[in-house]
Each structure stands twice: as structure tokens, then as C-alpha cells.
Design a protein around this ligand. Structure first.
Ligand SMILES: [Zn+2]
Length: 165
């Protein structure tokens, strides 16, 4: 059962063991879940609107290539949120005459955007210096540069992507 504590905290005690689907979802838990889902959707709409207003072309890693194999993992749950955002983004972009491009995500976080040197880095490495050309970049910035470059060079990157997995 799920209840709201006197001081506003949320207490959730387990009603069933993992994998036991015989118990119905407690109504309050379901309500809370719906509220979070709605907040997330609202955030997706606002972010997509901001991107579409600001940019003519929006490039992202292609989810079709990225994650169908892991649809049952925790990462797969994250991908579901990502898929929802991309669907909203594709819809708003089309409406506004903007381009949304999905590119192959392979090695986007491993390649140096300056010289192309490829090196696998652990996830905790946020800032990296390329051992080949000494370029020093934040991991996400480097990946973003690689993703954008692929949209310019990959033949598939020139099509407008339909962002639904
Ligand atoms: Zn380099």
C-alpha cells in the first residue's frame, strides 16, 4: 500500500514480490505513477518546443539502432522515455518545417571529434584529453560534435527521421 505521510513524505511498502503480478497496483501508487508520467510528458513538450523554435535541424542518436535489444532492461525503460520525447520532437518539428535527423550512435562517445582517434572510456570519465592529438573536451560535447558530423556525412543522416522506435 502507498500512503502520504504526515510530513509530506511518500511511503511505499512492498505489496508483492518482484515478478508477482497477481496483486493489483495500489490506487495511490498508480496515481503517483501517472502524475510523474504526466510531468515527464509536459517536460518533453516544453523541451521539444524550445529546440524546434531555436534550431532548423536537430540531430540525435537513432534509437532504432541504439536499443531494441535491451528493451527489457533498466536502460530500456530510459529508452522508452527517450522514444516518447523523440516522437513529440518529430511531430513538433514536422509541424514547424524543421528537420530531425537520427544517426548511427556507434562510437559517438569514443571517437575524438578532432582527429578521429577511437578509445573506449569508462562512463565516469566526463572530461577527456585525446592521447593522439591532445584535444581536451567534455565527453558530452565531444559526442555532440560527433553526432552532428554524422548528420552531415552519413547518407542516412540526410533523411528526416521518424522518431518512433
Ligand atoms: Zn584526437
Amino acid at each position: 500500500m502507498c500512503s502520504f505521510g504526515a510530513r509530506g513524505g511518500v511511503h511505499v511498502s512492498p505489496v508483492s514480490k518482484p515478478g508477482d503480478y497477481s496483486s493489483p497496483t495500489p490506487p495511490l501508487f498508480s496515481k503517483l505513477h501517472r502524475k510523474i508520467a504526466n510531468q515527464r510528458k509536459d517536460f518533453h513538450h516544453k523541451l521539444a518546443r524550445r529546440l524546434v523554435n531555436r534550431y532548423g535541424t536537430i540531430v540525435h542518436e537513432d534509437l532504432n539502432i541504439l536499443g531494441l535489444a535491451r528493451s527489457r532492461t533498466a536502460k530500456g525503460v530510459l529508452d522508452a522515455g527517450w522514444a516518447q520525447f523523440l516522437a513529440i520532437l518529430a511531430y513538433k518539428a514536422e509541424e514547424a518545417g524543421r528537420r530531425v535527423v537520427g544517426v548511427d550512435p556507434k562510437h559517438t562517445s569514443q571517437d575524438c571529434p578532432v582527429c578521429g582517434h577511437r578509445e573506449k572510456k569508462p562512463l565516469w570519465v566526463r572530461e577527456f584529453t585525446c592521447p593522439a592529438c591532445r584535444a581536451s573536451l567534455h565527453r558530452d560535447v565531444a559526442a555532440a560534435i560527433n553526432i552532428l558530423a554524422r548528420a552531415r556525412t552519413e547518407p542516412s543522416g540526410m533523411d528526416t527521421a521518424v522518431a518512433v522506435p
